[in-house]
Structure formats: C-alpha cells, structure tokens
Design a protein around this ligand. Structure first.
Ligand code: F6P
Length: 541
C-alpha cells in the first residue's frame, strides 16, 4: 500500500456510509422484513456448499451498495490479488502472506523471492503423510517396540489452537484407538494432567513451534523430554519426539533429528498455520486422505474469495458487515455460536485469528486510527450458550452481532436431538431479529408491572451459515471463510493484519520478572509500586 493512501474516513464511500448510518440506525428489522417479503431470499447466498443468510442484518440494498463501494475505494481487489501473488503485504515484518499456498494444487505456481513455493508445500505434505501412515499403521514404533497410541501436541497460540480445534471438530473422522492431547499452557498442570495416565512407551510428542523459541512451548518440551527420558532413557528422543518448525537449528539443538522435523515458512503466520505442518497432529488423527479433503475445502473457499464478484462473495460480505457494525454501530464484540458440539473450540480458535490479526491501533502507515477496528470474538456452542449469556444478547444494552453456524445433518443421529438443536438455532435468530413488543407481551395476560421486563426489543443482527455436514472439507471451507473475512476487514481498516507486535511487551517483562521471582536472595525491585508489591507477596509465600 503506497504511503499516499487516502485516509479511510476521507473516502467518499466512508462518508456516505456515515450519513447512511444516521438514517438506518433506528430502522427495525421488523420494518425491513415487512417492507420486503422476499428479503430472506434477497439477502442470502448459496455457494461453495454454504447457505449464507445475512438478511437479519441492519442493512438495506443501499447499505450493501455503499459497503461494496467502500471495498472498491479501499482497494480490496488489489489487496486480494497482492496476497495471492505472494507480495510482501505484511509490511511491518517484510513478509508475504501465503497461507493460501498451503492448499494450492500441485500444479499451481506461487513465486516468493523468485522461487515457486508450491512444490515445497507438497514435499512437506508428502513427508507428513508418510510419517502419519507409519504411525497409524504401527510401522513407527516406540523405543521399546510398542505401537504409538498417544500423541501429544506441544505448542501455543497458532501452534495449538488450530490443531486442538481441528482435532475436536473432526473427532468423528479420527482414530478412536489413539489418544490425542494438546499441551499449551506453561502452567505445569497442563502437562501433568495430559500425561498423568499415559505410558511413555506409547507416547509421541509433536513439538510445534514456528520459532522453536517460545518460552511456554520450550518449557513444556523440555519437561516432556525429561518425562520420556526418565521412563525410557536418552535414546527415547529419536522415536518419541518430532518437531514442526521453521527453525532447524533450534530443533537440532533440542536434540530432535531434523529428519524428524516438518518445516514451514516465514510466510505462514502462526494463526494461519493449521493447514501447514502445524496440522501434523490433525493428520495423525484423521489420516492423510481426510487431511487432503480439508485442504480441498480451504482451496474451494480461496477460489471463491479470489474470483466471486464482491456482491456474492461470502468472506467479502461477512467482512464488510463486520466493518459496518464495528466502525459505524460501535459494536465491540461478535458472538460465534456454532450449533455443533464438535465445534466447541471454534470460538477460541477464531479469537486468535481475528483478534491477533485486527486488534491494531495504527494504519499501515503508522497513523493513529480514529475508527473502531477488530472486535472481540467470543462464544460457545449452542444450545449451551442459550442458558448462560444469551440473556444479555437478547435484552442487554449492548449490540452484539452474532454468527450462527449450523449443519443440516449430524454425525450422531440420536432420536430428535438434531431437530431440537436446529429448531433452537432458527428460533434464536428469529427472536433476536424480531423480538416481542409490549403489545404482544400484554396480550399474553402479563401484568403491567412485568411488561417492560418481558419485552424483547429485537433488532439484534445475525448471520446464519448453514451447510450439509461437518466434514474435513467443510471445516477447511469454514476456516478459510473466516480467514478471508478477517483479511477483508483488515484491508478496509488499512491495517497490517499479519503482524502481532502487541504480544511482545508482556513477553519481555516476563523474562525480566522471572529471575526476580526465582532468586533465593531478595532482589532489588524497580517496577511500579503495584508490581513490586505483587512480586514481594508471591516471594514471601
Ligand atoms: O505470542 C504470539 C505468537 O507469536 C503467535 O502469533 C503464535 O501463534 C504463537 O506465539 C506461537 O509461536 P510459535 O509457533 O513460534 O511457538
């Protein structure tokens, strides 16, 4: 992006949207639906295997027209092309952003610094598949000749959230005679509980870290090393540890033979890496074929994002709607509500994807931002959330746009469970949009003093994403849908969605404080009075 870029708020489309917002902010969805009996159809799209209903948003055709103008004036098309071309669009780290290359077909060519990276991607995928097959078939044995029955992924952030989310999501497709666990927290409890009932002879550790220097992961990895060596001796490392990283020097220093390392590249951001070698635990769980169908799902959404006209482009529309609520309505959060138990870690996964990407306070040019950027992502699977936090979404004072995600078929058809589940999804979006008026409440015989309490204002916006079944392919599409929606938002907001400088300060301070909490003799503390007192309190005990 050139330094002569027009500030977002000075773009004609932005200003038109500000004026339009004033007109639409008090229009009710009840009105919008009454005015247009075809609204549900008009504002829904069926493509890439998804039915995307965005009719229950506080928009008109004019809103969409203006948001699409904003996309054009913001140069979204050029940004998309630049990403797919391998341009170094992560300007603060001078890196290309090429998670799309991770799922590119073998015959595609994507050039980074003069080299086609697609063959490298497939080399790693082939090595992963070979390894996964050997472990799953029992050819790869532990130090004492036993089969590997337990796989523990050690990683954090993008080296954990994608793998654990994908494992949970695709459990139905996974090896049920193997145990998969994920250790991320430096809190020793995480490691202790994950290994408590496991036999080291049957346990394989996948140490996943892009940098292989992350404090939490290296601490857990060394603990795992001690745990395995204590049970099986030093030789255990060769059969019980593999690494996923971009840093072969550190992998070798740790003692893992780089022949047992699966690499990736600096152009894969941690939070965009679940379909790289970071997905090794996923491949061990579901096998190479299902992993490959997951990649096809990602690829189908990539193609859609790259080629579909913006007015029918799912990630573009989702991204623009998110901008609409964050920057114009001032909505500070988005609730992710998957009506599928297998997606229980999906909101947590999206938290990193969206918040580490778009939680930024300056533009690409380093200018302070005057509009609201990345919202807080949070959520729980339905119907559990209905019995805890939905109250606030329905009747609280905050506007919380929600994404409802549902599947027409379930992997576990038990009586009428699935119909009940889906009936709840549909009813929630209906209740949020249309609410219940005071007249309706009164007509039910509610005493006057309770009427206000029982009123549902409605006009709470939702997207509904429906698809056939949760399969590896669907999961790939769903993740790519959000990746590209996040991209769209970042492009409009003129920010670098691919760096994460905001995580550094806390890491640096922790390294400074660590010796102060560990030292036997009282250290001289030079923090603020609160931090000093906290450290002293901890040390005393
Ligand atoms: O601290 C943030 C972060 O850098 C994330 O972006 C990343 O996913 C995570 O740490 C883990 O990093 P690594 O894979 O290098 O251990």
């Amino acid at each position: 992006m050139s330094s002569a870029i027009t500030p977002l708020t000075q773009l004609p489309a932005w200003q038109a949207l500000e004026a339009h917002y004033q007109k639409i902010k008090s229009v009710h969805l009840r009105q919008l639906f009454a005015d247009d009996p075809q609204r549900g159809r008009r504002f829904s799209i069926e493509d890439v295997g998804f039915y995307f209903d965005y009719s229950k948003n506080r928009i008109t055709e004019e809103t969409i027209r203006l948001l699409l103008n904003l996309a054009d004036e913001s140069g979204l098309r050029e940004r998309i092309d630049a990403m797919f071309r391998g341009d170094k669009i992560n300007t603060t780290e001078n890196r290309a952003v090429l998670h799309v290359a991770l799922r590119a077909p073998r015959d595609q060519s994507i050039i980074v610094d003069g080299t086609n990276v697609v063959p490298q991607v497939h080399d790693v995928l082939d090595r992963m598949a070979g390894f996964a097959d050997r472990v799953r078939s029992g050819q790869w044995l532990g130090q004492t000749g036993k089969r590997i029955r337990n796989v523990i992924n050690i990683g954090i952030g993008g080296s954990d959230l994608g793998p654990v989310m994908a494992y949970e999501a695709l459990r139905h497709f996974s090896r049920r005679d193997m145990t998969f666990r994920f250790v991320s927290n430096v809190d020793g409890t995480d490691f202790a509980e994950a290994t408590n009932d496991l036999n080291a002879e049957e346990t394989l550790f996948v140490i996943s870290s892009k940098t292989f220097t992350t404090l939490e992961t290296m601490t857990n990895a060394h603990t795992a090393r001690r745990w395995a060596v204590q049970a099986l001796g030093e030789k255990a490392i060769a059969r019980h540890f593999v690494a996923v990283s971009t840093n072969s020097d550190e992998v070798a220093k740790f003692g893992i033979d780089t022949a047992n390392m699966f690499g990736f590249w600096d152009w894969v951001g941690g939070r965009y890496s679940m379909d790289s070698a970071i997905g090794l635990s996923t491949m061990l769980a579901i096998g190479p074929e299902y992993f490959s169908s997951m990649l096809s799902g990602f690829q189908a959404m990539d193609e859609h994002f790259q080629t579909a006209p913006f007015q029918r482009n799912l990630p573009v529309l989702m991204g623009l709607l998110s901008v609409w609520y964050s920057s114009f309505f001032g909505a500070q959060t988005v609730a992710i509500l998957p009506y599928d138990q297998y997606l229980k870690r999906f909101p947590a996964y999206l938290q990193q994807l969206a918040m580490e990407s778009n939680g930024k306070h300056v533009t690409l040019n380093g200018q302070s931002i005057s509009y609201q950027t990345g919202p807080i992502f949070w959520g729980e699977p339905g119907t559990n959330g209905q019995h805890s936090f939905y109250q606030l979404i329905h009747q609280g004072t905050m506007l919380i746009p929600c994404d409802f995600i549902g599947f027409c078929q379930t992997a576990n058809p038990l009586g009428s469970h699935h119909d009940i589940l889906m009936a709840n999804l549909f009813s929630q979006t209906e209740a949020l949009a249309f609410g219940k008026t005071a007249d309706e409440v009164r007509s039910e015989g509610t005493p006057d003093r309770l009427v206000a309490h029982r009123v549902f204002e409605g006009n709470r916006p939702t997207n509904t994403i429906l698809t056939e079944r949760l399969t590896p392919e669907t999961l790939g599409k769903l993740v790519a849908l959000y990746e590209h929606s996040v991209f769209t938002q970042g492009a409009i907001w003129q920010i670098d969605s691919f760096d994460q400088w905001g995580v550094e300060l806390g890491k640096q301070l922790a390294m400074k404080i660590l010796p102060e909490v560990k030292l036997a003799e009282d250290p001289e503390l030079r923090h603020d009075s609160s931090t000093n007192a906290l450290i002293r309190h901890y040390r005393k005990r």
